[in-house]
Design a protein around this ligand. Structure first.
Ligand code: SAM
Length: 248
């Protein structure tokens, strides 16, 4: 059978493509991608001519049988997403699970990943961390998610849309406290790369004063909960605070 290569691509700066990624994208029979036009731009930047096949969140389950069949016929296939590492808040999980269950060869080509790039410059503990992906877009659901993480001791990594950042950080203030330390990593590897950190409360002010910080793409990193001796847990305090607010 052919091999399914899971290929990481840049998260902004094209210089971050790897030599192996270029070789594999040139050599495989087909490139399965999230958005064929987006991937065509990447391929043409490196003068690679190859066939593409779309595979996104909405057709992944139908596509997995077809792709598995091509692999069984001996074709080799690369999976890429629009940016970074496939499967990390991107399509590919169902395909990889299906191919693994069929015993087909799968090989990773590591490279850029926004979460890991952000963690590498955040200056928060990285010995253990928790990747939380995207927060819910509705405030109620977002607050419940954050409240459930209020006592999480590990560094937490989130993907977020900058236009939502002020609302998200206000929700962090109300669920994890205004002193919670946060790192914002925006536009990584691109012209307006910004890495900025402060307490949740100060970040709200900073974002409100500079609309430029609400553009592009960002990773939010929240410091883990640090228990102080004899202290009532953050979750208890925050639940009581929310209850009090409801009673007003
Ligand atoms: N698979 C990708 C990866 O490996 O990072 C992530 C895909 S996810 C759909 C897109 C999210 O990743 C964005 O909303 C943002 O949170 C984050 N992201 C992607 N590129 C970024 C960049 N250059 N700077 C900061 N965050 C980025």
């Amino acid at each position: 059978a052919g091999t399914l290569y899971i290929v990481a691509t840049p998260i902004g700066n094209l210089g971050d493509i790897t030599a192996r990624a270029l070789a594999v994208l040139t050599q495989v029979d087909v490139i399965a991608c999230e958005d064929t036009r987006h991937t065509q731009k990447l391929l043409s930047a490196f003068a690679i001519k190859n066939k593409t096949l779309s595979m996104h969140d909405h057709n992944e389950r139908q596509r997995q049988d077809y792709i598995a069949q091509l692999l069984q016929e001996g074709q080799s296939i690369a999976l890429v997403s629009d940016a970074g590492t496939p499967l990390i808040s991107d399509p590919g999980f169902h395909l990889v699970r299906h191919c693994r269950s069929l015993g087909l060869p799968i090989s990773p080509l590591p490279g850029a990943c926004a979460a890991i790039a952000a963690l590498s410059v955040a200056g928060l503990p990285t010995d253990r961390f928790s990747f939380e992906g995207f927060l819910p877009s509705k405030s109620g659901a977002r607050q419940s998610t954050l409240l459930a993480l209020a006592d999480e001791p590990r560094t937490m990594v989130f993907y977020d849309a900058p236009r939502r950042a002020i609302d998200t950080i206000k929700d962090i203030v109300s669920t994890m406290g205004r002193e919670r330390y946060i790192v914002i990593a925006r536009e990584l590897t691109k012209t307006f790369e910004t890495i900025y950190s402060d307490t949740a409360e100060n970040l709200v002010t900073w974002l409100e004063e500079d609309a430029n910080q609400l553009k592009g793409e960002m990773v939010l990193i929240i410091e883990g909960y640090k228990a102080k001796p004899d202290e009532i847990s953050a979750e208890v305090i925050n639940t009581l605070t929310l209850l009090l607010a409801e009673m007003k």
